[in-house]
Design a protein around this ligand. Structure first.
Ligand code: AKG
Ligand code: FE2
Length: 333
């Protein structure tokens, strides 16, 4: 069965010394993968092996730490960063535990970093902070490539995100699950941000909905799984769709993964970039701020508040002078 493409993103890196043809080819591959799958696997990404090894070791050390160390950084409604084992995805409890952190500046919407006791995990904070910075660099390079594939300036999408982007990094641990048919590590969902860069181990379980079927995103050593999120769909006016994906938990042993969610700044106004929309096409979303959207979404992660906010709620139902049939014909997602 076909699977999401594997792309050498080396020519796209900010410090790459690649010739124009190699850059064009990588941009074209990224664009095609985003349109056809919403997913690809990035090799040649330049994240140093030593940093990856240190990061993976710290993630495992955290989850194997005594429960008291993890509980001391348990997330709360007023500060959603930290440890959790009670995540709801689409109103269903996930078979996993996790730890969320973001950039150094906290904020009232998605909280402040909580770091575990340094006596228990002395290198945790430093290593995770370095890793976060590496992800920001890679995500911005890949976002520039997506922008170019849409015919935009390389900085157009990153510029739309704002300088104080509210990105988030999550450590996931999926424990062995005796009954994977009856449970999901993460229920079917779409990521909400711009781009997700996921590091997964060699166990597998991530699947994308493609052509009406669940297709595995198989582990590839040294590769990042990259997928687009809802904000890419909004900014691109449905030129790129946010893919549905899920995680089947492991039947034997544990699985570890770490998604980096590249998100807009809180005051970013999320709306289609005018020049992406064909001048004759209808702009398909009305503007909203990231703070408004993510604030509502985070509330639903902790308790079941009913139907979650979706970008569909911001879809233009009928623009002045637009026939409903015309609007429908322009929506592809
Ligand atoms: O662990 C994975 O493979 C993916 C997790 C995921 O989709 C998410 O956290 O949004
Ligand atoms: Fe996801």
């Amino acid at each position: 069965m076909a699977s999401a493409p594997v792309i050498d993103v080396g020519p796209l890196l900010l410090d790459a010394d690649a010739d124009a043809a190699a850059v064009e080819s990588a941009v074209a591959q990224v664009g095609a993968a985003c349109r056809e799958w919403g997913f690809f696997q990035a090799v040649g990404h330049g994240v140093p092996d030593a940093l990856l090894a240190r990061f993976n070791a710290q993630a495992r050390a955290f989850f194997s730490a005594p429960a008291s160390v993890k509980r001391a950084v348990f997330r709360s409604a007023d500060n959603p960063r930290g440890y959790f084992d009670d995540e709801l995805t689409k109103r269903r409890r996930d078979w996993k535990e996790g730890f969320d952190y973001g950039g150094p500046e906290g904020n009232p919407v998605d909280g402040e970093n909580r770091w575990p006791d340094p006596d228990a995990l002395p290198r945790f904070r430093e290593t995770l902070t370095q890793y976060f910075d590496a992800m920001v660099g890679l995500a911005s390079a890949l976002t520039a490539a997506v922008a170019r594939s849409l015919g935009l300036d390389p900085g157009a999408l990153a510029g739309a995100l704002g300088r104080r982007h509210a990105s988030l990094l999550r450590l996931n641990h999926y424990p062995e699950c005796p009954n994977p048919e009856g449970n999901l590590g993460v229920s079917p969902h779409k990521d909400v941000g711009m781009l997700t860069l996921l590091l997964q181990d060699d166990v597998g379980g991530l699947q994308v909905e493609h052509g009406g079927e669940w297709v595995d995103i198989p582990p590839i050593e040294g590769a990042y799984v990259v997928n687009v999120g809802d904000m890419m769909q909004v900014f691109s006016n449905d030129a790129i769709c946010s893919p549905v994906h899920r995680v089947v938990p492991p039947r034997e042993g544990s699985r570890y993964s770490a998604p980096f969610f590249y998100n807009p700044a809180h005051d970013t106004v999320c709306e289609p970039i005018a020049s992406v929309a064909d001048p004759k096409a209808t702009v398909l979303y009305r503007p909203f701020t990231w703070a408004e959207f993510i604030g509502k979404r985070l509330a639903g992660n902790l308790e079941d508040l009913g139907e979650e906010v979706q970008i569909a709620h911001y879809r233009v139902q009928s623009a002045p002078g637009t026939q409903a049939s015309e609007l429908r014909s322009q929506q592809v997602c």
